[in-house]
Ligand binder design. Structure first.
Ligand SMILES: O=C(O)COP(=O)(O)O
Ligand SMILES: [Mg+2]
Length: 222
């Protein structure tokens, strides 16, 4: 029995990958899950204020993991998982690789976003030399303090929610969701997901992004 459903946002709750337009049918499916007693949590590379707003206005109750795993909110409690990244380091990364900073960087402390989202070997080396982690979600590059990545944040959320791995479902679209999948019992990759994610998923869905969310929730509720 699934008690908690972890859902990624960009590329998963949206109409497709590469758009920020949320799929209304997917939101309705999340509400159906909540009504049936499955709590829904957002697990995303987005910042805390963006996810907290969505969590409350969409009528979710499972809490959230923001900043690509670095920030957790559950039942009124907030928790920082990763080391803080100094502002000068964020600017230096953008300057070195000629990247644009996300408008959400103003609201972040441990994980920062940049575009274009193309991850290069030199960036990984640059981050490693400074004790940092860099990943790409397909929407943005993420530079984070250690441990970085969705896994550590999801472990903390499950602990706060007092939910076991076997009682947890997860759905996502990108490589950055692999770590989230390792912490969940049933995992579903949308049809347009990165091949690396499909390889580790327990279910490869027939439908893309938001339509895939409806498909997965129908499965969980039937
Ligand atoms: O913030 C991003 O780059 C993408 O966010 P996601 O984890 O919801 O796909
Ligand atoms: Mg995504």
């Amino acid at each position: 029995m699934i008690k908690l459903l972890l859902t990624d946002l960009d590329g998963t709750l949206t109409e497709d990958r590469g758009t920020y337009v949320v799929d209304i049918g997917a939101i309705k499916a999340l509400r159906r899950a909540e009504k049936a007693g499955i709590r829904v949590a957002l697990v995303s590379g987005n910042s805390y204020p963006v996810l907290r707003g969505l969590h409350n206005y969409l009528g979710l109750s499972g809490g959230l993991v923001a900043e690509n795993g670095c920030f957790v909110f559950h039942g009124g409690v907030t928790f920082r998982v990763c080391e803080t990244v100094p502002r000068e380091v964020v600017s230096e990364f953008a300057k070195t690789f000629n990247l644009r900073e996300s408008w959400q960087n103003e609201f972040r402390r441990s994980d920062f976003g940049f575009t274009p989202a193309e991850l290069k070997d030199e960036m990984i080396k640059w981050a490693e030399e400074r004790g940092l982690v860099v990943q790409s979600s397909g929407y943005a590059l993420h530079l984070s303090g250690k441990p970085g990545g969705k896994g550590a944040g999801v472990r903390k959320l499950l602990e706060l929610a007092n939910v076991k791995r076997e009682e947890t479902g997860a759905i996502g679209d990108s490589r950055t969701d692999i770590e989230m999948f390792r912490e969940a019992g049933i995992t579903a990759a949308v049809s347009n997901a990165d091949p690396e994610l499909k390889r580790v998923a327990s279910i490869s869905l027939k439908l893309k992004s938001g339509a895939g969310v409806m498909e997965f929730i129908d499965m969980l509720l039937s």
